[in-house]
Design a protein around this ligand. Structure first.
Ligand SMILES: Nc1nc2c(c(=O)[nH]1)N[C@H]1C(S)=C(S)[C@@H](COP(=O)(O)O)O[C@H]1N2
Ligand SMILES: [Mo]
Length: 552
């Protein structure tokens, strides 16, 4: 009985502290969800996986894809484990707080009600350290803001929000703990004397403790509802349904309809930028830092330019690949306005989502490198970078930073999100060509036509050819597995910045299976590489070979 009298208040306080930790975690998740949803602030739950992703090697990254069902599966896993992590950390810190409060160093020290001043100060110091640690670790992505708060401000907003979230956690933890522990208190030490182990055991006020526990649990439960509502809204808005959308099929057009333009994004929920809030800052190694509003961009020379974009992950014959007409201004006009300087090496681009990538300063100064706000005559849709993205012909899609908020000129070579993982260092697409009609299918690494062909029956074979910013000079076609070649007709030449579309009339002569192959020559007269290479680390190359079955 005496043992129980001694241990009952202790166990209840520790239990109460765990409950307080849970409440603090839920309150913090609610504050994070609200900050993310309304203010576009990237919470650690999102920022940490994002930051870790760039630290992984390509093979680790892809093995995670395999394990969690692709990029989307991995994104879901990342967010879910982040949320579970916050709850787990809340319970653990609650437990720790409860135990610390029972240790002699805490019991002997001064108290504010049930709260030991020493424990509170230790927790505050730890919280401060966590805050600083998070700011350092998340530094490369800390200027992210999904609403498009300007880069210079976004950094401050995120740092402040991290502080508020952490402080809220600690505040709720201690307040809820004080409330619960108060119902199990040993008599408070009188005028500075110390409540040592010799003090009489506390009397548990069972009624007060249970009423307060129910109140804390109920408050926690009540907060779960708005958390659920906000997470559900964001889930509905998430990129899962369209990330990795390909443009393929038999009906490929010279210019891709905007709603079918291929899409790739690293985000779980893409930025939803407020154009009035948004600014494009040009800084780093320039004469003067500039900050352009959307209206400011209209003051520069306006350019329409057709350009094909292709993801580095696009396998030969696959559809992470599209062509559109873009409208915007030349990046070099902005750089000249900011004042270019000797010793400029690269531009470092930053998106509202914390995405970052780099390319050569000389590339940035080419007249075809643009900062665009329209695709095919319409404002950029959200998923393609509203309100403004970069278009940089001659490099893989990843360099075409969407939702761009800042471009810094650097004096040294720097790496972006994917280059950190080990992609590149050469991001120039190799010349390629492929067949899209009749429809093909990929199984066990081999392409076949989904239909059969008949001897003597003429069929039109169509395909694309692409050579980054070098243009396409010619395309050839083989109906005997590459033994002999015949010129194909280019029916859509495009420009040197786009793909070309070609066709070939084929009349099968003998039954059986035969390999159809295509190859292109770029605008410089260089033939497409025929040796096959996979997408890692510099993008795929090789011939597109499609097996046809001919029946008599
Ligand atoms: N801000 C930002 N820009 C980004 C990305 C991103 O995740 N965030 N993805 C890149 C990648 S990998 C590709 S292939 C292209 C895809 O552009 P699209 O979705 O408009 O086709 O955008 C690039 N720009
Ligand atoms: Mo990409």
């Amino acid at each position: 009985m005496r043992r129980w009298d001694r241990w009952a208040p202790v166990s209840l306080r520790v239990l109460g502290s765990v409950l307080a930790g849970l409440m603090a975690a839920v309150a913090m998740i609610l504050a994070m969800a609200a900050g993310r949803y309304w203010l576009g602030i990237m919470p650690p739950v999102e920022a940490i996986p994002d930051r870790v992703a760039a630290l992984l090697s390509i093979s680790e990254f892809f093995s995670l894809f395999g394990k969690y069902g692709g990029y989307n599966g991995l994104k879901k896993f990342g967010i879910l484990s982040g949320l579970r992590g916050v709850v787990g950390i809340g319970l653990a810190i609650g437990l720790l707080n409860g135990i610390l409060h029972e240790l002699p160093f805490a019991r002997r020290g001064a108290h504010w009600g049930a709260i030991s001043r020493r424990v509170a100060l230790a927790l505050m110091a730890a919280a401060g350290a966590v805050w600083i640690g998070l700011v350092i670790f998340l530094w490369p992505v800390i200027a992210a803001n999904y609403r498009g708060v300007p880069y210079s401000w976004a950094r401050i907003v995120t740092i402040a929000a991290l502080g508020v979230w952490i402080a809220l956690f600690l505040g709720v933890l201690l307040a809820a703990y004080a409330l619960l522990a108060n119902a199990t208190l040993r008599p408070a030490p009188q005028d500075g004397t110390v409540a040592g182990d010799a003090s009489p055991p506390a009397r548990v006020r069972w009624g007060a403790f249970s009423r307060r526990s129910v109140a804390v649990a109920a408050a926690t439960g009540l907060m779960v509802w708005p958390v659920y509502v906000l997470l559900r809204r964001m889930y509905r808005d998430a990129t899962f349904p369209y990330d990795g959308t390909v443009y393929s099929g038999e009906d490929i057009q010279p210019v891709t309809p905007t709603d079918r333009f291929y899409t790739v994004t690293k985000n779980v929920v893409d930025p939803d930028v407020d154009r009035d809030l948004w600014r494009l800052e040009i800084g780093g190694h320039v004469e003067r830092t500039r900050s352009y509003s959307f209206a400011d961009l209209m003051g520069f020379d306006q350019v329409d330019q057709e350009t094909t974009l292709m993801c580095i992950s696009n396998r030969i014959g696959a559809g992470l690949f599209s062509n559109a007409t873009w409208k915007g201004v030349r990046l070099r006009d902005l750089l000249n306005d900011a004042g270019v300087r000797e010793g400029s090496v690269e531009v470092y681009l930053h998106g509202a989502d914390g995405y970052r990538d780099t390319f050569a300063f000389t590339k940035a100064m080419e007249e075809t490198t643009l900062v665009v706000y329209e695709i095919n005559g319409e404002p950029l849709p959200r998923r393609h970078g509203y309100p403004v993205r970069v278009i940089v012909p001659g490099l893989y899609g990843e360099k075409n930073v969407k939702w761009v908020t800042r471009i810094d000129v650097t004096t040294a070579d720097e790496k972006g999100f994917y280059e950190d993982q080990g992609w590149g260092p050469d991001f120039v697409p190799k010349t390629r060509s492929d067949i899209f009609s009749p429809r093909t299918r990929l199984a066990n690494g081999k392409f076949t036509f989904t239909r059969e062909f008949a001897v003597g029956q003429r069929v039109e074979v169509k395909g694309r050819a692409f050579a980054a910013d070098r243009g396409i000079r010619s395309v050839e076609f083989s109906v005997d597995g590459g033994a002999t070649w015949t010129p194909a007709e280019i029916y859509y030449p495009g420009t040197h910045l786009t793909w070309a579309l070609w066709r070939f009339e084929w009349t099968p002569e003998t039954p059986g299976t035969v390999d159809l192959v295509t190859r292109a020559v770029d605008g410089d007269g260089d033939p497409q590489p025929t040796k096959a290479a996979g997408i890692v680390p510099q993008g795929a190359q090789g011939l597109h070979t499609v097996t046809a079955t001919v029946v008599s």
